[in-house]
Design a protein around this ligand. Structure first.
Ligand code: F0G
Length: 451
């Protein structure tokens, strides 16, 4: 069964094609597993019309700015606003949108002092409608799922994809099937999928096991998979980088640092950077670096021990459950964009993640543990001299602080990383709740103690 073909109503097929990242085969349609019919590798979306006539950079920039004044739903979306670089729809009313994108770019003055990198920013994707960067990809992929006539959409997830997919399925009048590893995703994320009405299955396996099962399922049943193997997801996630550059007034930062799990997001950001350079929206590339948790470091090992030629899978373990992934599907795409932009790949410990998360929290911003690997990784990259103090750095914060309250509470109550040689730095960041009698005197004494 073809997911998108020239006969799909509402889709302007001549605007894009699928290209295999392995053998380069071009096709108009993709099968349900989004794998190349010839060699089995992953597909990406390309825009053949750019070869004949490249979109003009100045025209694009001014169109995007003008759309900010419009009140039509497609212009209010911080993803579809950039639709000139996305697969096109004939009928723009088809779009399923929750006003995703439009996420803030914050300065991080305290973290800048800590890292000695004065021009340090956070692009906060956790400010999306369901609290993570997944919404930017989901609006595009869910829209194309509905155009292709699917009643069911499905995903394997460490939590955020499932929350996002469930929301967009509900908004689009489709049913959602969620496969998550039992006991290994946060309650907040699980509760989102339930509230948005998805059929939620907690499988006794890890994320990689869920994804494997989903791949088998889509070959047997008419369900449309919305994992980041789906190249429409990555097209939507690309807009993070476009919006970022627009927010920086098209001044290219030196570094963009992103967490790495299944490696779809780094691939999407890298694709956007390469396309923006091709279209002369920017004249040089930032270095895109990927940071992983030490216990889920498949890309780090793949690059260091196999020169990026073959995937080294790992049995994943980290409390940053969003990136608890050992067999990342998009590793080849990510290795390619790291090489193309000259970025680095690093790993950070559980303690470093917790510390960085508290430091981002202390800025009044906050993020979930997986996002905090970016700050922890930046500290390492500064130490190595890969990032220097005169450079501009953007951390991509992928998920909202409220996504994983258990982690935050355990940390502040001192139930994580007590003692040990480095505990001083971590302990000074803890702000445990204080239980008191309900007396003015007790509260006044507490105030004095912290004064
Ligand atoms: N940060 C957060 C908050 C995530 O939820 C994820 C992935 C990542 C980073 C890593 O991004 O996979 O594109 O490299 N979460 C997926 C999920 C796997 O199911 O929610 P990636």
């Amino acid at each position: 069964m073809s997911l998108v073909s020239s006969s799909t109503p509402g889709v302007r097929q001549e605007n894009f094609r699928f290209r295999c990242i392995g053998c380069g085969d071009l096709s108009d349609a993709a099968s349900q597993d989004f794998r190349c019919g010839r060699c089995g590798d992953l597909l990406e979306i390309t825009y053949p019309t750019w070869n004949e006539k490249k979109p003009d950079a100045a025209t694009l920039k001014s169109a995007w700015q003008k759309r900010r004044l419009s009140s039509s739903p497609i212009d209010l979306s911080g993803v579809w606003r950039y639709r000139d670089l996305l697969p096109a729809l004939d009928d723009e009313q088809q779009v399923i949108t929750l006003r995703e994108g439009n996420t803030p770019l914050y300065e991080l003055p305290q973290c800048a002092r800590l890292t000695s990198v004065p021009r340090l920013f956070a692009k906060h994707q956790g400010m999306n409608p369901t609290g993570s960067f997944k919404d930017a990809g989901m609006t595009v992929a869910a829209t194309f799922a509905r155009c292709a006539g699917f009643r069911w959409v499905a995903c394997a997830s460490t939590g955020n994809t499932s929350a996002s997919m469930a929301a967009y399925a509900a908004r689009g009048g489709m049913r959602g099937l969620v496969l998550v590893p039992e006991g290994k995703i946060s309650w907040s994320k699980l509760s989102q999928a339930l509230d948005y009405g998805a059929v939620t299955c907690q499988l006794r396996t890890d994320f990689d096991g869920c994804l494997k099962l989903l791949q088998e399922l889509v070959r047997k049943a008419p369900v449309y998979q919305l994992n980041s193997i789906n190249p429409f997801r990555l097209e939507g996630q690309k807009t993070l980088a476009i919006e970022l550059l627009e927010q920086l007034d098209w001044q290219v930062p030196d570094h963009i640092i992103v967490p790495g799990g299944n490696l779809g997001n780094s691939s999407a950001i890298g694709k956007a950077l390469l396309e923006m350079r091709e279209l002369e929206l920017i004249s040089r590339l930032p270095k895109l670096s990927v940071i992983q948790a030490e216990g889920a470091n498949a890309l780090v090992r793949t690059l260091r021990e196999a020169g990026g030629k073959r995937l080294i899978s790992v049995p994943p373990e980290t409390r940053a459950t969003a990136i608890r992934i050992g067999n990342p599907a998009s590793w080849k795409k990510a290795a390619h964009v790291l090489e193309a932009t000259g970025g680095a790949c690093e790993q950070v410990t559980e303690r470093e993640i917790a510390q960085a998360k508290a430091e981002i929290g202390a800025e009044g911003i906050g993020c979930e543990p997986a996002s905090a690997v970016t700050l922890a990784g930046l500290k390492k990259l500064v130490k190595q001299g890969f990032v220097t103090r005169d450079q501009t750095v953007v951390l991509v914060l992928t998920g909202n602080l409220l996504k994983d309250p258990d982690f935050t509470i355990d940390f502040h109550r001192g139930e994580m990383f007590g003692g040990g040689p480095e505990s001083g730095a971590v302990d000074s960041l803890r702000h445990p709740p204080i239980v008191l009698d309900a007396s003015l005197d007790a509260v006044m004494r507490t105030l004095e103690r912290f004064n």
